[in-house]
Write a protein that binds this ligand. Structure first.
Ligand SMILES: [Zn+2]
Length: 279
């Protein structure tokens, strides 16, 4: 497969400590840690980076898996603060902190007032089911595998009208609802749904809110989720190629009409897939 991967280089500014250090110390120091990436740190962004193989990376206390070729993935959530610290330890070198500026984004937030109180509250057995499903989903989305597909370009998982975007949120009668953590593509029941990246199926099941659901692992914590399916065509453990048919669009779970709810995550942090999809 041909890959067009453009990386931008980022070198840490020399710290004051270094500038004040004796020249001998400077000479003894290994080359500055180099990290380069595709994209920019921003709320909701997935960054694919490259560094010297053998480099150790820690983002805000979390070890970041680096492939034998030096590739890695980082994700920043919808509500991430303005900065993040990436600790970079080159092979045989010392850890150096890089401060990343995380660009804030404006999310589509709608205030709706004067609504009657919510009528639908799940009963006790539904709540138990929801809690159990949440745990299964969390386990699947924690998968940390060495699969290399995370660095490939994303493909659209379905064709249709964009009926919901990442990050949008409704505030009903002053009560903030959970933001929308996916991209919705609406189309007729039975429309093909394909894998946005090559990967392995780590979850296949029928869920209360998501209906028929698939989660694929693409390596290094990057995973995608496909919900409200009418049919699941692959099972857990199966390997799938990018663009392979994995399911059919449906209206299962809690929905108002047939659509695919598609999510991209870095481990359990939901990210915005739209900037990564071909326009
Ligand atoms: Zn959705």
């Amino acid at each position: 497969m041909t890959r067009t991967v453009l990386f931008r280089e980022s070198r840490p500014a020399l710290g004051r400590r270094l500038l004040l250090g004796a020249p001998a110390l400077l000479l003894a120091r290994p080359a500055a840690a180099t990290v380069e990436w595709r994209g920019e740190p921003a709320q909701g962004a997935l960054l694919i980076g490259r560094t010297v193989p053998g480099t150790r990376l820690v983002l805000e206390g979390r070890a970041v898996r680096v492939s034998p070729a030096g590739l890695f993935a980082l994700g920043f959530g919808r509500d991430h603060g303005p900065t993040a610290t990436l600790s970079v330890t080159p092979p045989g070198g010392r850890a150096e902190d890089q401060a990343l500026a995380v660009r804030p984004r404006e999310w589509d937030v709608q205030h709706i007032t004067g609504l009657p109180p919510a009528q639908v509250t799940p009963d006790e057995s539904a709540l138990r089911r929801i809690m159990a499903e949440r745990a299964r989903l969390a386990a699947a989305r924690s998968t940390d595998s060495p699969l290399p597909h995370f660095a490939d370009p994303l493909a659209w998982p379905a064709r249709g009208r964009i009926s919901g975007i990442f990050g949008s949120q409704r505030i009903l009668n002053g009560q903030p609802r959970q933001p929308h953590y996916g991209l919705d593509v609406a189309g007729p029941v039975g429309s093909p749904v394909s894998a946005a990246l090559a990967g392995r199926v780590v979850l296949s099941g029928e869920f209360f809110f998501f209906g028929n659901l698939l989660v694929l692992d693409h390596g290094h914590g990057v995973n995608t989720l496909y919900a409200h399916l009418s049919e699941r065509l692959v099972g857990e453990g199966e390997e799938v190629g990018r663009g392979h048919l994995i399911a059919k669009m449906g209206a299962t779970g809690r929905v108002t009409g047939p659509h695919l709810h598609f999510s991209l995550s870095w481990y359990q942090t939901f990210l915005d897939p739209q900037p990564l999809l071909p326009s």
